[in-house]
Structure formats: structure tokens, C-alpha cells
Write a protein that binds this ligand. Structure first.
Ligand code: ATP
Ligand code: MG
Ligand code: MG
Length: 350
């Protein structure tokens, strides 16, 4: 049998590993953290820094294909791996997706629409950007932000100096605040031969910058937005010669979809696909990177709802299971922290 190498060891890697195992693959996790939700369910684990060339070389020799569950892996490391073993996706997709500025430039370069944005790398540039784009807006670090971390909302009375300090004086982008009717995401799996499949788009609700809820199907009013966004996602995947599952987040606005960001990996807003789609996002990612035909993405129920269990939410899992139709997923994380994704629950309605 073949061995799949995964860079990153969180819950996305865990669910990828479970899908891979059910298809008969061995999984080898490479990640630096002591606690690895993905490592618990995998055949092998390398605990090393993503830049450790000796560890990467040994990893490359031990696996047949490499993928990522975490987009902030050093792109040069992925290139290094790529010279020894196929990496899917490749370094270019990571480079684009791990930098908000590159991501927005790339997306607009393909003819897509984003919120007005400007690069900010000094207090003077922040002032100029706010003057040009106006308020309200959001200052976001170009790199390493997730779950709303590394972002500050800027209003007309916000001290820009304080905001620049708070963002850690990191290279950032300032973007205009988008008045959206809803948020949704496009999950697309693309195979080696360039064929692709798209999932029914979930409508996503965030609380405090963290995904709280994904609901499928999205309201009918979003159908046209979703169609346009899916066409853009296909363009993006083709332009990157992408192999695997890619996710793009959008705002549905009065005059069409506005791109927010993308993730070169399986995504939290696709967890509902485990029970709610004919083929899960995890299985389709594994199929794509292993050169297998892609599976059907349609709903396996009339509607599906996925709720994240954040921090303390997961403590009361017995109460969640009191509903006999609840599909409970816990990630095996030992420490409960506020804002930490501990698990999720999915409900199908037939
Ligand atoms: P993720 O965990 O999805 O990677 P993130 O930290 O990268 O999150 P974003 O997706 O950029 O952050 O923003 C998180 C949420 O904040 C968005 O889903 C949206 O609800 C809100 N948001 C972000 N940017 C804007 C904007 N320009 N206008 C309005 N709301 C925004
Ligand atoms: Mg993000
Ligand atoms: Mg996001």
C-alpha cells in the first residue's frame, strides 16, 4: 500500500487521516507540536520543525505523496519536498494563499472582485490607506492570521498608531469593510487530469471572527452568487494547476460575490460533508492527490447543519448526544481554551 505524508497535525489532518485509512492508505504526519490530533490516528509521526531539512528528507523518503492540512508551512520546504516526492498542492498554491496581499492580487488578476485593499507596511502607509479607502475597514496581517486573529477593525475614531502597534507592526493589508448579506464558501476538488467537482456551497455564520455554523443548502437567494463564485474557484484552481481540495470564502453582496480569502486545503466549512455529502471533502482530497477518480459531491440529505464546538462548548458532549441524530466529532485535544476548536456536530434532515 501507499503512504500519504501530511504536513500539519491538527483536526484537519486527523479527518484526512481517517478518510485515508478507510481507503487503505497509511498516513505519516509531519508537524512540530507536542499534541497532534492527527498523529493519534496515523501510522507514523515525525515531530520536527517545518524547516528541518534532514527531517524533511527522511519524511520524503518514507512517503509516496505529500499534502498539507496547514497552509503556513514554509513554501521553500514544500519545494524541497517537491524535488523528491510529488506534493499536492504545490508550493505556488501555498505561496499565494499564505499571504493576503498575494492572494488578493492573484484573485483580482484573474478578474475576480475583492474588497478595496492596500498594502500597509508602516504607520504612514496605514494613514494613507485609511484616507484612500475610508472607514470602517479592517487591518489584517498579511500572514499567519486565522480565526479572526491578526485583525483590527478601524473606525473613524480609531487611533491608527495604536492599531499599528497592536498588529505587531507586521506587514499588513488594509481592506474596506464589506456590507454583506451572507457569507458562503466554495469547496472544489480538482484531479490530476484537470477535472473538478464542487460541493453545494455552505452558508457560513461567524461569531467573533470564528466560524460558528455552516448550513447547506444555502438560501436560494444566494444561487447566482454561488454560481459566479464557483466559476472563479475553477479559474483559481486551473491557474494554480491545483490538485486536491481548495476552499474559497466569499461575501454575498448586493452586486455579487466578493472574495475574502482562500485555503489550499480542506476547510472547516466542509466538515458537514462527512455525513452530509456522498463523498466527504476529506475523501475527495485523498482521491485527488492519489490520482483516483473524484466522488460525487451532492447532498445525502435534504439539508445539513454543522456547528463548531468552541472552547467550553465541547464539555457538554453528553447533552449533545441526547439528540440521537447528532453526529458528534471531537478532536482529542487535551486542553480546552477559549476560542479553540474542540470538535463539531452535524445534523442531517431528511
Ligand atoms: P479563517 O479562520 O477563516 O482563516 P481569518 O482569521 O483568516 O479566518 P477572515 O476570514 O479574513 O479571517 O475574517 C474572519 C471573518 O471576519 C470573516 O469571515 C467575516 O465574517 C469577517 N470579515 C473579514 N474581513 C471582512 C471585511 N473586509 N468586511 C466585513 N467583514 C469581514
Ligand atoms: Mg483565513
Ligand atoms: Mg476566513
Amino acid at each position: 500500500g501507499s503512504t500519504i505524508g501530511i504536513l500539519g497535525g491538527g483536526q484537519l489532518g486527523r479527518m484526512l487521516a481517517m478518510a485515508a485509512a478507510s481507503m487503505g492508505y497509511r498516513v505519516h504526519i509531519f508537524a512540530p507540536e507536542a499534541e497532534l490530533p492527527a498523529g493519534d490516528v496515523s501510522a507514523a509521526v515525525t515531530r520536527a520543525a517545518y524547516t528541518d531539512r534532514a527531517a524533511l528528507a527522511a519524511f520524503a523518503a518514507a512517503v509516496d505523496v505529500v499534502t498539507v492540512e496547514f497552509e503556513n508551512v514554509d513554501a521553500a520546504s514544500l519545494e524541497f519536498l517537491g524535488s523528491r516526492v510529488p506534493t499536492r498542492p504545490g508550493a505556488r498554491a501555498l505561496r499565494v494563499a499564505q499571504d493576503r496581499l498575494a492572494e488578493k492580487d492573484f484573485f483580482t488578476g484573474l478578474g475576480g472582485r475583492v474588497a478595496p485593499y492596500l498594502s500597509v507596511s508602516s504607520p504612514a502607509e496605514l494613514e494613507a490607506a485609511v484616507r484612500e479607502i475610508g472607514t470602517p475597514g479592517i487591518l489584517k496581517t498579511r500572514r499567519f492570521g486565522y480565526d479572526g486573529k491578526g485583525q483590527i477593525r478601524i473606525d473613524s475614531d480609531t487611533s491608527l498608531d495604536a492599531a499599528w502597534t497592536e498588529i505587531g507592526e507586521n506587514p499588513s493589508v488594509y481592506e474596506g469593510f464589506v456590507r454583506f448579506d451572507a457569507e458562503f464558501s466554495i469547496l472544489l476538488a480538482r484531479a490530476e487530469d484537470g477535472s473538478s467537482v464542487v460541493y453545494p456551497a455552505p452558508r457560513n455564520t461567524h461569531e467573533s471572527g470564528i466560524l460558528a455554523l455552516s448550513e447547506v443548502p444555502a438560501p436560494a437567494a444566494l444561487a447566482e452568487h454561488i454560481e459566479d463564485a464557483a466559476a472563479m474557484a475553477r479559474k483559481v484552481a486551473d491557474a494554480l494547476s491545483y490538485v486536491g481540495l481548495i476552499t474559497l470564502e466569499f461575501f454575498a453582496c448586493a452586486d455579487g460575490p466578493v472574495f475574502n480569502e482562500m485555503a489550499p486545503r480542506v476547510h472547516n466549512s466542509g466538515h458537514w460533508t462527512i455525513e452530509g455529502a456522498h463523498t466527504s471533502q476529506f475523501e475527495n482530497h485523498i482521491r485527488a492527490i492519489c490520482g483516483l477518480p473524484l466522488g460525487e459531491t451532492g447532498l445525502s440529505a435534504r439539508s445539513v447543519r454543522m456547528k463548531n464546538l468552541i472552547g467550553e462548548d465541547a464539555n457538554d458532549w453528553a447533552a449533545i448526544l441526547a439528540d440521537p441524530r447528532a453526529h458528534l466529532h471531537l478532536y482529542g485535544k487535551s486542553e480546552v481554551k477559549p476560542g479553540r476548536k474542540m470538535g463539531h456536530v452535524t445534523w442531517l434532515e431528511d
